[in-house]
Design a binder for this molecule. Structure first.
Ligand code: SF4
Length: 226
C-alpha cells in the first residue's frame, strides 16, 4: 500500500477527535448484536479500502454499527454491502458477489470504497461538528487518490456532504439536486454520480432495484474507463 495512504489510515484508526462517536463505537462493540455475540468487533474508526490508483471511488456516509464497525471494512458484513457487492460483481468491478470479512478474498478493479465519516454515529445521524472534523480525512483521500475520475455517492446524505466538502474547498455556489443516476462535473473535473443508498429499507420498498444499481455502475465504469 502507498506509504502516505497507510499513514493516513493509521491516523484514522487511532483518531479520537469525536468523543460521542468513540463512546458509541465502544458501546456497540461491547453490547454486540445477537447473531454476532461470539465475535470480536473491530471497534475502531473504519478506513477506506481498495486501489490507490483507483479511477472509481464509491462513498457512503458512515460505517454500519454491526457491519464495518464489526468487520473493520466499509460495506462489509451488512445487508447494504450484500446488495452493493452483488451489483459490483455483476458489472465486473469486484471479483466476488459478497463482502463478509477482511479475509474473504475480495478484490476491486480500479476502485476505492470509503465513507465520509469514519465512525458510526448513533441512529446514523452525525452532528455537524463531527462531519467537519472528519472531512479532513476525506479531503486527504481525494488528494491521495489522484486517478479518481468518478465518485458514486450512495445516499443523499453522503452526496450532500461530499458536495459540502467540495463547495468549501473550491468556493463554489452551484445547486446540485440529488436524484438516482444524475451526474455532475465537480470543479476538479471528477464526475459525481448520485445513487440511492442500497439500504434494506430502500431495497425492500424498491426505491432501488438490481437493474437500477447495475445500470448506474455500468455507466460509472464506462465514464471512469475501468
Ligand atoms: S468521526 Fe472521524 S474525526 Fe471523528 S473520531 Fe471518527 S475518525 Fe476521528
Amino acid at each position: 500500500m502507498d506509504i502516505k495512504l497507510k499513514k493516513l489510515n493509521k491516523t484514522i484508526i487511532n483518531c479520537k477527535k469525536c468523543p460521542r462517536l468513540t463512546n458509541f463505537i465502544k458501546k456497540v462493540s461491547l453490547e454486540k448484536r445477537k447473531q454476532n455475540i461470539n465475535e470480536k468487533y473491530w471497534g475502531k474508526p473504519v478506513t477506506g479500502f481498495g486501489n490507490i490508483n483507483a479511477k472509481l471511488m464509491i462513498i457512503g456516509l458512515a460505517p454500519a454499527a454491526h457491519g464495518g464497525t464489526r468487520t473493520g471494512r466499509a460495506f462489509t458484513g451488512d445487508k447494504s454491502g450484500d446488495f452493493l457487492f452483488k451489483s459490483l460483481h455483476s458489472v465486473k468491478i469486484s471479483n466476488q458477489d459478497f463482502s463478509k470479512n477482511i479475509n474473504d478474498g475480495l478484490k476491486l478493479r480500479s476502485t476505492y470504497i470509503t465513507n465520509i465519516l469514519k465512525c458510526v454515529p448513533p441512529e446514523d445521524k452525525p452532528f455537524n461538528n463531527e462531519l467537519i472534523k472528519c472531512s479532513n480525512y476525506f479531503i486527504k483521500e481525494i488528494d491521495l487518490l489522484k486517478n479518481v475520475r468518478v465518485i458514486v455517492a450512495l445516499g443523499k446524505v453522503s452526496f450532500d456532504n461530499c458536495l459540502k466538502i467540495y463547495k468549501k474547498k473550491f468556493k463554489i455556489n452551484k445547486k446540485f439536486v440529488f436524484k438516482h443516476g444524475r451526474k455532475y462535473i465537480l470543479p476538479d473535473n471528477k464526475v459525481l454520480i448520485a445513487s440511492y443508498h442500497p439500504s434494506p429499507r430502500n431495497v425492500n420498498t424498491k426505491v432501488i432495484t438490481v437493474p437500477m444499481i447495475n445500470q448506474l455502475f455500468k455507466s460509472a465504469k464506462k465514464i471512469s474507463k475501468i
